[in-house]
Design a protein around this ligand. Structure first.
Ligand SMILES: Cc1cc2nc3c(=O)[nH]c(=O)nc-3n(C[C@H](O)[C@H](O)[C@H](O)COP(=O)(O)OP(=O)(O)OC[C@H]3O[C@@H](n4cnc5c(N)ncnc54)[C@H](O)[C@@H]3O)c2cc1C
Length: 387
């Protein structure tokens, strides 16, 4: 139907895509419905992702990274896995997002200490930015990091932390000054005194991802654990978005492709009806619109990813990709549900993968900046180019 390798920049990455596709279809897909239904973090899939090197994909090469074309590789892996299980794809994304401040902000000594723990030691990382009173407006965070001699003292509450309850390491954003925008990232280990994991969220979709609160109560960490220059955490978060937004877009793209495939499979099974599916105009329209949106999403995802890998500014494209692909996934999964209803009746929806994909798609409009925020970013960039 589609050429999933179109826009993939190298032959190596095309072979990489084929390998991930096969594993996702054979090993991850059969577990996706159960993981969603019982809402558990799948250690078996986590282990498989480590074995495949997917949880260190964006690390420096000596610690298991792929080297060149990191963002494109991340998007390829995420897309292929999300076709079958969006929760498993999210684990890859958050590992890349959470490790970004450590890889790009950590001192050489800190990276030498922690990157082997994260790669060989197979430690997951969580990214602690959002707070009950600060989601879209990151500058509103209230968690503080106070310098005391050669230590920092961290206090605050974080929420919606993906992998919060299963991570061994946390990248934590905290205020290091009274000034609104002056915040900094810190590396905090799981076992440190004063850090505790709170409630696990029950979510609408991507229910196999672990999402929790994390509390920091007078957590004392070495000043060496500061990531980047004090006060410049916001800049690290923005650079991280340039990688993570194409990745979320790839997740939405994968979900949309998975949903359309579900519909096409069902249509094939109904070939012998009195009026063949291919002659039902309403289904033709759904299939046409979905396939078109998928191709358009693919174009944006890989343009945004390749620009980032080339070291060029991709902020506008990354937001366009995230916003467009997430809205497209929402529309496609909703229309696939309509189409399956026409083909099979309501009862079949409860057991269809499309129902899970519909719920999973919704979250892609929310995290890594809601789609309303993406529109603000895009319009700001467009106006900057013109005025
Ligand atoms: C499943 C899941 C996993 C997540 N994982 C993580 C994670 O690992 N780490 C982490 O730090 N965070 C994570 N988040 C948090 C996520 O990034 C935030 O939910 C998101 O940034 C939105 O913040 P909020 O929910 O507080 O909404 P709010 O910021 O309170 O916004 C509420 C509504 O108002 C709109 N809005 C806000 N400001 C504006 C504006 N200026 N203009 C127009 N509309 C506006 C928003 O679009 C939204 O619709 C996760 C969230 C979810 C749902």
């Amino acid at each position: 139907m589609f050429d999933p390798t179109s826009l993939i920049p190298t032959e190596e990455l095309k072979a990489f895509r084929d390998r991930i596709h096969q594993v996702a279809k054979e090993k991850i897909s059969p577990q996706a419905a159960l993981v969603d239904e019982e809402e558990f973090f799948n250690r078996e899939v986590e282990s498989l992702l480590w074995d495949l090197g997917l949880l260190t994909l964006t690390f420096p090469e000596e610690y298991g990274g792929i080297g060149k074309n990191k963002t494109a590789a991340l998007c390829i892996a995420v897309e292929e896995i999300a076709k079958y299980c969006a929760s498993s794809a999210l684990l890859l994304i958050i590992q890349a997002v959470g490790s970004f401040p450590i890889i790009h902000g950590g001192s050489a000594e800190l990276r030498r200490t922690y990157l082997p723990q994260m790669s060989k030691g197979r430690k997951l990382v969580a990214y602690l930015v959002t707070e009950p009173s600060a989601g879209s407006d990151v500058s509103g965070i209230r968690t503080t990091a106070k310098r005391v001699g050669d230590h920092y003292l961290l206090n605050g509450s974080k929420c919606f932390a993906t992998s919060g309850g299963v991570a061994g390491i946390y990248s934590v954003l905290a205020k290091t000054s009274e000034e609104k925008e002056k915040s900094s990232f810190f590396l905090v280990e799981r076992g440190v005194q004063g850090l505790s994991v709170g409630r696990t969220e029950h979510k609408l979709g991507q229910r196999g991802s672990n999402t929790t609160e994390v509390f920091l109560d007078s957590v004392q960490i070495s000043a060496e654990n500061l990531l980047g220059i004090e006060g410049e955490g916001f800049l690290i978060a923005m650079k991280d978005f340039d990688m993570s937004r194409p990745a979320i877009a790839a997740q939405a793209l994968g979900i949309a492709e998975g949903a359309l495939e579900t519909l096409l499979q069902s249509a094939r099974e109904k070939q012998n009806l009195q009026q063949p599916v291919k002659e039902l105009p309403i289904l033709q329209a759904i299939i046409a619109d979905s396939a078109t949106l998928i191709e358009a999403s693919r174009g944006l995802v890989y343009r945004a990813a390749i620009l980032n890998d080339e070291g060029k500014n991709n902020t506008k494209l990354a937001s366009m990709a995230k916003c467009f692909a997430a809205d497209a996934a929402m529309k496609i999964t909703a229309e696939v549900i309509d189409a399956l209803h026409i083909l099979d009746g309501y009862g079949s929806l409860k057991i269809s993968d499309a129902e899970r994909m519909f719920r999973d798609a919704k979250l892609t409009q929310i995290f890594e900046g809601t789609n309303q925020i993406q529109r603000l970013v895009i319009s700001r960039q467009v106006l900057k180019e013109w005025i």
